[in-house]
Design a protein around this ligand. Sequence first.
Ligand code: GLC
Length: 527
Amino acid sequence: MYEVYIRSFCDGDGDGVGDIAGLRSRLAYLADLGVDAIWITPWYESPMRDGGYDISDHRAIAPEFGTMGDAEALLAEAHRLGLRVLVDLVPNHTSDRHPWFQEALAAGPGSSDRDRYLFRRGTGDAPPNDWESQFGGPAWTCVDSAEGWWYLHLFAPEQPDLNWADASVGDEFEAILRYWFDLGVDGFRVDVAHGLVKEQDLPGLRPHGDGIDHPHWDRPEVHDIYRRWRSVADGYVEPRVFVAEAWVSTPDRLARYLRPDELHTAFNFDFLTAPWLAPRLRAVIDATLAAHAAVGAAPTWVLACHDAARTVSRLAREQADAPVRSLADLLERPADFEVGQLRARAAVLLLLALPGGAYLYQGEELGLPEVEDLPPDVRRDPTWERSGHRDPGRDGCRVPLPWSGTQPPFGFSPEGASKLPWLPQPPAWADRTVEALAGDPDSMLSLYHRALRLRRDHPALGDGTLRWLPSPPECLFFARDPGFGCLVNISSYPVSLPEGTGVLLASQSLGPDRQLARDTAAWLDVA
Ligand code: GLC
């Protein structure tokens, strides 16, 4: 599966913002790359205070992205090319411009129109409790200081949290699912799937070292919602699927979302945040496989997404034992981007060799680094402002893709475009355009092509199981039946390939005597 961050994928109309027309024009590129499906980040009507994750109309397309007609044409063309299409569903909150929230504000305290959100009274100047916004600052905004009424927003103030205890919320989301399923979307990525249900009476935060019994994350009641959605999906003849974005504390807690009558898959963020260290990666792989096997679900591996620093930049740093997710985690550490590229090449071969599904994020196939030096005045992620400019936020992994040519907009926008791309592209990306990499057999793009072809053709790859094989220290070596092996050298030394194996693909060329250099992965024929 390939994540399309629509704002930054391709601009069809020249306004500097990616859109459906641009995406349609590049569907052939995605089919040729060898992916099976795309997930499109929110394309709905929105004031765009959080890149479209603040939706004001779930049944309309944002004008800057196109029209409903464009969306339908995209679905039809993608299906013709053999690509399935997943869209984003944002059920934890709406935009503050959503008619429900506007009605709630207008109706005033005590009105049942407020029951769809979480309005509470604070005390004096203090909010109702100590919950924090994920983007920094309190999770409450006051709407009426005389009476002390506040509303909850676990994200930006422009994203009020819905109250899932109110029956009309569940009914509306079921109708939204059916609306898009009926139009032909093949599935939904469920935003903040672990956040919808809050503990009754909204108690304050308390120590919760294991992440269990947290007052607003991963509440047990949330699973009832997914049982209802599963039965909606199962009512369609053609398969309809869900993938959960659920940042929970352990693989076992994640697997609870994947019980047979709940969601089909969930992003495995433990793999994304794991350091490039063999024991840590192996522990994540083992824990993931065991937890998923217990509920009969396929794991879903992910290296990158629009919320995390790009793989090349994460892996360019010395690898400490702590998980790394955002640019803020990296800034202090010196970087070696050549090492980052080598590790990113090896990491994607590891990812694609593991049992289950895999999510790729746009631009990873070009080896794009995080843009770490975006000027402050162009940053759009609410994290930047709300953290008091301490956390640069997620814009650095959202810079528009370079397609062709030698200078910005690198084919992102059509010739004669009226505006520059919404975030500036580094001039050095001239070497990283699709056009530049497509012609180079050793490029990251060529590696992705070959790996995805092999993954499609090799009977051992995709869903299934793995068997660990004895390996040199700081290496990962496993077999998949029939006849496939993956060896990843995470040590600081070259290692020799096992006797009697043939090389199907390697993330860089082998040294003399079939040596696999450090930070290199090889797919092997072990028949
Ligand atoms: C998810 C999205 C992220 C967004 C947040 C709030 O984590 O991936 O981009 O900011 O939800 O909707």
